[in-house]
Design a protein around this ligand. Structure first.
Ligand code: AMP
Ligand code: MG
Length: 318
């Protein structure tokens, strides 16, 4: 049953996520390794047989980060934090502390729009259920009570995380894929890989030049929201870059004719309501692009642009 669910998840995500394509005007073979991690399809493409091992090593690292950050895995570090009592110091892997540190920074720069402590609210929306029903206002306000950046503290020296309330829970779903893509890129670069492209569910890192394109640039297709996979509204032409897309089309359900999507506004506990359907951020790291794209979707165009400019990042709205 789990396998069947995973198979359908792969199909759904293949049809929903931001697209990526590589031009192939030049000869030579690209080698693509694919794995299902972070509840999405993840791929690493290299251009030489000798780079294959590095791609496998990068995937080992990504798989480890997935295990540590998986909200639904009882033995993940995130679950250890979520199950802990108030004031209990929970020892976690350095990567979890790093993600919380970036998340807290974006939380303060976004005036709380990006908030990993929204987990108790996110679970109420049950996006993975077969026939989800929106939660009631009472359920949302109860869940919002323990959500706030201040309720989660970390200590780098001891490698521990402490919560203000037992009910405070974190969800690193809006940053873990980007963080993992950065770590995978580091492993490839350290192994001497000169050209590669990492795509973890639309969180993309490009390394070096695209050996298949005459100008060496990478072409990243921005998926048209709610359209068929492979229908692109825009093609970004980039050198080395880190890119992330957040969109209301990526995970959602319809109830009584209304669409409810997975990016939640911490001020209301409801899906953020915007006039656009997707935002793509190009930033100095994929973790930053990942967090900024989610934050932008909550903030909207005006405040979102200010946030993105603060970090010297670029954006494309569809
Ligand atoms: P992304 O696809 O990177 O935009 O991340 C969306 C995921 O992050 C959701 O599926 C939730 O698990 C979580 N999430 C939803 N709203 C927020 C928010 N305002 N801040 C941080 N994480 C969120
Ligand atoms: Mg994100």
């Amino acid at each position: 049953m789990k396998k069947l669910k995973t198979f359908f998840s792969v199909l759904i995500i293949l049809t929903l996520f931001a697209g990526l394509f590589l031009t192939s005007r030049k000869g030579g073979k690209s080698i693509e390794e694919t794995e299902f991690l972070f509840d999405t399809v993840c791929s690493i493409t290299v251009f030489s047989r000798s780079d294959r091992q590095a791609a496998k090593d990068a995937f080992d690292e990504a798989a480890q980060l997935h295990r540590l950050s998986d909200f639904f895995d009882e033995i993940s570090d995130v679950s250890k934090i979520n199950k802990a009592d108030a004031s209990e110091a929970v020892k976690v892997d350095e990567s979890i502390i790093n993600m919380i540190e970036i998340a807290n920074k974006i939380n303060s720069y976004s005036d709380g729009a990006f908030d990993i402590t929204l987990a108790p609210v996110s679970v109420l929306w049950k996006f993975d259920a077969e026939n989800p029903i929106p939660p009631t206002d009472d359920e949302i306000s109860a869940a919002l009570k323990t959500s706030a950046r201040e309720n989660i503290k970390f200590d780098k020296k001891s490698g521990t995380v402490t919560k203000a309330f037992a009910d405070t829970k974190i969800d690193l779903g809006a940053i873990a894929k980007g963080y993992a893509a950065d770590r995978a890129a580091k492993i490839l670069k350290d192994a001497g890989v000169k050209s590669a492209i990492i795509d973890f569910g639309g969180n993309i890192v490009t390394i070096g030049k695209n050996p298949k394109s005459p100008d060496g640039k990478w072409r990243i297709g921005l998926q048209t929201p709610f359209a068929q996979i492979g229908e692109y509204s825009k093609i970004l032409k980039l050198d080395e870059a880190a890119i992330a897309t957040s969109g209301s089309y990526q995970r959602s359900f319809e109830y009584e004719g209304k669409l409810y999507h997975h990016i939640i506004d911490p001020k209301t506990g409801h899906p953020a309501s915007q006039s656009f359907d997707s935002v793509t951020i190009t930033a100095e790291s994929a973790a930053l692009a990942d967090a900024l794209s989610t934050a932008f979707f909550v903030l909207g165009e005006e405040n979102g642009k200010k946030l993105v400019e603060n970090f010297g990042a670029n954006l494309d709205i569809l």
